[in-house]
Design a protein around this ligand. Structure first.
Ligand SMILES: [Zn+2]
Length: 124
């Protein structure tokens, strides 16, 4: 996966940070009963993007975040459109529904908690 991150620019960095935030909020609020562990970061650049804070995620959410990061890095469009307006459905079946649920839930969560600063914009 390391080669992938050579194309990590400011915009993609921000998108990945938002993605990590949204999935970690969703997991924290919905999957307390699951076994959760620190999301493994295998690339230094990715580590910088996600910040020094560890993301605690269950297995499914870890997989979802990995999938989302890979898709972001491989997005053929520049600039990347908002996913919900994009005609290319690049997420694998199952992940697409899941990420929309995450975005809806965490977006609403941040609004309710007055954390619009963490929202930036909806990615999906
Ligand atoms: Zn989870």
């Amino acid at each position: 996966m390391t080669e992938l991150f050579q194309r990590l620019d400011a915009k993609k960095s921000k998108d990945i940070r938002v993605l990590g935030n949204f999935i970690s909020i969703f997991c924290r609020e919905n999957h307390q009963a699951e076994v959760r562990s620190v999301f493994p970061i295998k690339d230094e650049r990715l580590g910088e993007v996600l910040g020094d804070r560890d993301l605690e995620l269950c297995r499914d959410c870890s997989k979802l975040l990995n999938h989302g990061i890979a898709k972001l890095m491989l997005c053929p469009y520049d600039p990347k459109p908002m996913c919900k307006k994009c005609e290319t459905h690049c997420y694998a079946p199952g992940y697409r529904e899941k990420i929309r649920e995450v975005m809806r839930f965490s977006g609403l969560y941040l609004v309710k908690h007055g954390r619009l600063d963490l929202m930036f914009h909806y990615l999906f």
